[in-house]
Design a protein around this ligand. Structure first.
Ligand code: MG
Length: 439
């Protein structure tokens, strides 16, 4: 990721949008401002006006693109990845990531150098725009029962991983009359406090501060704050499938028959709560963009992933960690129960994950042979192969889109079964790969 590369990507994106108004922002990474200026220069050269909001959260930029009626947006972020990474996320005018077909158009402009550059009179403007985080925070507040949450005077610990979540989360919580403690809360592109992925291993400090302060809740965000993982009042890190199930459960109580979207990799827990609440569940391929685009297509009300990405349709059909924080507090306020109790009321499943090396050129044939071997079983082929067993346990075997590996993910009500299932299917995949290499 060099500035020269970003300049050309900016020219390609600008050519695609054709002299529109583009909102641009970045997370706290060191390369953010450099890439932003290069991208903006390319956008200006192709006739687009660029409005720069500086440091921001991905969900805030997405909201502002739609709310303030921009033609598109660019968020410079590498989300939960280590500090040396960065990325360019192009947002369509509806505030959702561009669909793949449009991305391919931009890639074609880039690789074929089919840039359309403006004449000197039509070169775009570069305007420093106000950040408008107030609009974003107020919008989130408009979707929850502020009066009820305020009465509870919750104590909340926020861990934004030295990322941009700190720009909005403490502000929202103070509006909700919470007593707010923060850790890792100065923005630093080197992420000195912790790795920006909110996994249980990375949230041990948060968990300790929750217990030490006697807080009701802890929340850890990823680097751009579209994902949130919660810690209960006992200091236990709650994985995202459980909090998603909780939000779905209480949403369906108020809105029966609502539609929920989730990737095929999600826990059976999600299906259980949707069925119990008489909702409709739609599975998608793995990847948040597939989920968000499906939500737009079928006007779904709720979506989410096990990694802490929740999309609240009434707000926006994209992942928003700050919105999910407000929703968790609302659930705690409405039920008057601590988070640990709410989680203990959900069905329990056990799961296990592993991966196996598989060269990219063998991925297709491996899947074909695997499907032939399991054709008598109940198999869903939306993304890889998800095999269901009569006792509701399942295993998902899917090729990674980015690495030469197959991922295996199993879940069951029986404690040791997922590990056994993963072992069994890992052996089958190994056999398939082995057979291929011998022939
Ligand atoms: Mg993210």
């Amino acid at each position: 990721m060099t500035s020269e590369f970003a300049l050309k990507v900016g020219m390609a994106i600008g050519t695609f949008f054709g002299n529109g108004k583009i909102l641009i922002g970045c997370d706290g990474r060191i390369s953010g401002p450099m890439l932003k200026l290069s991208l903006s220069s390319g956008l200006n050269a192709s006739g687009c006006d660029v409005f720069d909001i500086g440091l921001t959260l991905t969900p805030a930029l997405q909201f502002l693109v739609r709310y303030l009626k921009y033609d598109g947006g660019i968020m410079i972020t590498a989300s939960h990845n280590p500090p040396e990474f960065n990325g360019i996320k192009v947002i369509d005018k509806d505030g959702v990531e561009l669909p793949r077909e449009k991305e391919i158009k931009i890639e074609n402009i880039f690789f074929n150098k089919k840039f359309s550059l403006a004449s000197w009179k039509r070169i775009g403007k570069f305007i420093e725009e106000r950040n408008h985080l107030d609009l974003y925070v107020n919008e989130i507040l408009s979707h929850v029962n502020v009066g009820l949450i305020r009465k509870k005077q919750f104590k909340v610990v926020v861990d934004p991983a030295n990322g941009v979540g700190v720009l909005a989360a403490p502000r929202l919580l103070r509006e909700l009359n919470c007593k707010v403690y923060t850790i890792n809360s100065h923005i630093d592109g080197k992420f000195p406090g912790r790795n920006p992925e909110p996994t249980p291993q990375n949230l041990t400090a948060l968990s300790k501060v929750v217990t030490a302060t006697g807080a009701d809740l802890g929340v850890g965000y990823d680097g751009d704050a579209d994902r949130a993982i919660f810690v209960d009042e006992k200091g236990q890190v709650i994985w995202g499938d459980k909090t998603l199930a909780l939000l779905i459960k209480f949403y369906l109580k108020k809105n029966p028959r609502a539609t929920v979207v989730t990737p095929i990799s999600s826990s059976q827990l999600i299906q259980d709560v949707v069925q119990q609440g008489k909702g409709k569940l739609v599975w998608t391929k793995v990847g948040s963009i597939n989920m968000s685009r499906k939500m737009v297509e079928i006007k779904a009300e709720l979506g989410g992933e096990e990694n802490g990405g929740v999309c609240y349709g009434a707000h926006q059909p994209v992942r928003d960690g700050v919105m999910s924080t407000a929703l968790i507090l609302q659930t705690m306020a409405e039920t008057d129960k601590p988070l640990s109790t709410l989680i203990s009321e959900l069905p329990v499943y056990y799961n296990y994950k592993d991966k196996i090396r598989c060269p990219d050129d063998l991925k297709g044939i491996v899947l074909k042979k695997l499907l032939a071997r399991v054709k008598k079983l109940d198999v869903e082929t939306l993304d890889g192969a998800k095999i269901w067993f009569p006792d509701k346990s399942w295993i998902l075997i899917r090729p990674s889109g980015t690495e030469p590996i197959y991922r295996l993910f199993a879940e069951s009500k029986v404690k040791d079964k997922p590990q056994k299932m993963v072992k069994e299917y890992k052996k089958i995949i190994q056999e398939i790969i082995g057979v291929k290499s011998e022939s």
